[in-house]
Design a protein around this ligand. Structure first.
Ligand code: NAP
Length: 278
């Protein structure tokens, strides 16, 4: 018996079960993928449950991505870099940890025609920003400005990069305007715009500095069109929300679970259709 899960708190709003079940059905695989509420601090009892109930792999979301690392027998090299795990597989009695957020973001940018970009403005320096910035830094990109409200966190993130393309800067309007005047792509990795975030961007004037053919991606997918994306669309810029990234990170996770390459583009189309996005 093989069983896959997604754990987190909250978890029952998660789109992972519908995405993974759609892909498993398409591949003709009768493997259950279910959500499980696991509260912060309860990972040890979850591993006991998983080992006794045939869980062969699981995805993890808030608040477990960092806390999982000490439970892993082996880590993918991207986990060492990103400091977080979102995909766990059980192989030969060992738990292996991976992180597919960086690959998922890059693949989604390619899918929506926003990549390659030479100069990128990345907003935020939290967990998601770290995976995205460090993955994009491994490409041919020339410059990524990591703009964060708390500048030392941007600095810390940039110090993890060995390629020299990441530059930490602040999050004030004049800095954002200055970096946008050199960029072809803006990626929002902050919480600003999420339904439960009490704050919003102070102003969207920085978008005026972007060239007409620039793109704006928001990692947020709920709401599906954030104020940032609405403002970008008003200015005629290309936009993309966080759903393509969510779908591609799920495809990379499924490749780890099944231990084989999958038809990524085809799977993405099937999931887009299931979610009513095509
Ligand atoms: P996180 O680690 O908590 O980081 C939050 C970031 O937002 C930090 O850089 C923080 O800046 C910034 N921020 C929060 N409130 C702010 C404010 N009022 N003004 C300016 N900056 C503010 O969160 P995360 O895990 O990286 O997630 C960030 C977003 O990405 C969430 O919306 C999440 O849903 C989304 N996400 C999407 C996907 C996907 O597949 N589409 C995957 C992962 C995450 P400070 O450092 O100054 O606090």
């Amino acid at each position: 018996m093989i069983m896959l899960q997604v754990i987190g708190d909250p978890i029952f709003h998660s789109k992972s079960p519908i995405i993974q079940t759609t892909m498993l059905d398409f591949l003709g695989l009768d493997i259950p993928y279910t959500p499980r509420l696991v509260k912060k601090g309860d990972l040890a009892s979850y591993f006991s449950f998983a080992e006794h109930n045939g869980v062969t792999g699981f995805n993890a979301t808030m608040p477990h991505k960092e806390d999982l690392i000490p439970f892993m027998d082996q880590l993918g090299e991207e986990v060492e870099l990103y400091g977080a795990v979102n995909t766990v597989c059980r192989r030969d009695g060992k738990w292996l940890g991976h992180n597919t957020d960086g690959d998922g973001c890059l693949e989604s940018l390619i899918h929506v025609g926003m990549w390659p970009a030479r100069q990128v403005v990345l907003l935020g320096a939290g967990g998601a920003a770290r995976a995205v910035a460090l993955r994009l830094a491994q490409t041919d990109v020339e410059q990524i400005w990591v703009c964060n409200r708390t500048l030392p966190k941007a600095l810390q993130l940039c110090q993890l990069d060995k390629t020299g393309v990441l530059t930490p800067v602040g999050f004030d309007q004049s800095t954002l305007t200055e970096v946008c005047s050199h960029a072809q792509l803006v990626i929002n990795c902050t919480n600003l715009g999420m339904d439960d975030c009490p704050h919003q961007f102070d102003s969207f004037d920085f978008l005026d500095a972007l060239p007409a053919d620039a793109g704006v991606m928001d990692l947020i997918y709920y709401p599906s069109t954030t104020q940032l994306l609405q403002q970008a669309q008003k200015r005629g810029l290309k936009t993309c929300n966080g759903l393509p990234m969510l779908i591609y990170q799920a495809i990379f996770s499924l490749e780890y679970f099944l231990d084989r390459p999958l038809p990524r583009h085809e799977l993405a189309q099937v999931v887009f259709a299931e979610l009513g996005l095509v």
